[in-house]
Design a protein around this ligand. Structure first.
Ligand SMILES: [Zn+2]
Ligand SMILES: [Zn+2]
Ligand SMILES: [Zn+2]
Length: 332
């Protein structure tokens, strides 16, 4: 935790997520079990199938933003989406029916989205939108899980900046839990639970940032040190309904948050997860899409696996203060 000193809490706190039935222990005492710095992933000096010029090392492209006239599966692109060579699910599998795609986010070898110019990050989010819209229109599958694994502790096997989309025939249980809670809250109050949450978090110590169209905060029951969530101010269940102005604004905010995370943790390892509504949901469902940034600084062990409880060594209120840039007194 270079550059940041956590102020100890007087005692560990047991916290429940305000929306779903998920518990965490916020404990500054143990400092967490830091992840051993694993040997770094193959870098530019070794072979990388995602670098421009290596297009023959990936399956043929499903989508690419490339200069006019440049042929498919050759150089000249800035974002490229291909099927995963080692898919977790396949359209042709009777038991694991689905699709698995990889978004190669830049032609040059960069580890992190945060290092790309903001215009490139806008294009990356546009590629996410187009593939999710494609699968929603396709109609054969139920849910698209878009995520990024950055760094070996977060599950990445390649260093080159990329995201993945796994399209599933069912709705995964974490999203199902959020959907059920949102439905229940709507029955009781006629309001969206996430609109309510965002409104209260803007006034809390966990508030991180507001851009033109988005609100970011460190969730009350953060599972991870420096966890941060980003919600669109405009209520919409589906990410792929994002407008061009919202998309560009989101790209700028996410890039800023990741750069800020890099100030706390050099070369941060993290997962980025998009939660959006199942494809079949109408625009009137009480769900509200959002992004979750989940830094990986500690290793889950027996207690965590046995209980499903996370142990978080950085109180979200302190993480938020750091993101807001008002944590100078904590910097060492
Ligand atoms: Zn590369
Ligand atoms: Zn809402
Ligand atoms: Zn979520």
């Amino acid at each position: 935790m270079a550059g940041f000193r956590v102020r100890p809490l007087p005692f560990p706190e047991l916290r429940k997520d305000p929306v779903v039935d998920r518990w965490v222990i916020v404990s500054t005492e143990r400092g967490g079990r830091p992840i051993e710095k694993t040997p770094s992933l193959p870098s530019q000096s070794s072979w990388c199938p995602f670098c421009e010029g290596q297009e023959h090392d990936t399956p043929g492209e499903l989508l690419a933003f490339r200069s006019p006239g440049s042929p498919a599966d050759g150089p000249g692109w800035w974002v490229r989406v291909v099927p995963n060579r080692f898919p977790a699910v396949r359209l042709t599998s009777p038991s694991a029916f689905g699709a698995h795609e990889v978004f190669i986010e830049c032609p040059r070898h960069e580890r992190d989205l945060a290092r790309l110019p903001v215009g490139s990050v806008c294009e990356v989010f546009e590629s996410y939108r187009q593939r999710l819209a494609f699968w929603r229109a396709d109609g054969r599958l139920a849910y698209g899980q878009l995520f990024k694994n950055v760094g070996a502790p977060a599950g990445a096997s390649l260093e080159h900046s990329h995201a993945q989309l796994i399209v599933l025939p069912m709705v995964p249980s974490d999203v199902r839990a959020e959907l059920d809670a949102a439905k229940q809250h709507h029955i009781e109050t006629r309001r969206c639970v996430f609109c309510d949450l965002m409104r209260s978090e803007r006034e809390s110590e966990r508030f991180v940032a507001r851009s033109e169209h988005f609100t970011a905060f460190a969730p009350y029951a953060s599972r991870f040190a420096w966890e941060v969530w980003v919600f669109p101010d405009r209520h919409d269940p589906h990410f792929d309904a994002i407008t061009p102005a919202e998309r560009d604004d989101l790209a700028g905010l996410v890039r800023l948050l990741l750069r800020r995370l890099g100030d706390a943790l050099p070369q941060p390892d993290y997962n980025l997860v998009l939660h959006t509504a199942p494809f079949s949901h109408s625009p009137h469902e009480p769900y509200h899409w959002h992004l979750e940034i989940l830094p990986r600084t500690t290793q889950a062990a027996g207690f965590e696996w046995g209980t499903g409880f996370a142990i978080n060594p950085v109180p979200p209120e302190q993480a938020a203060m750091f993101y807001r840039g008002s944590a100078d007194d904590s910097l060492c």
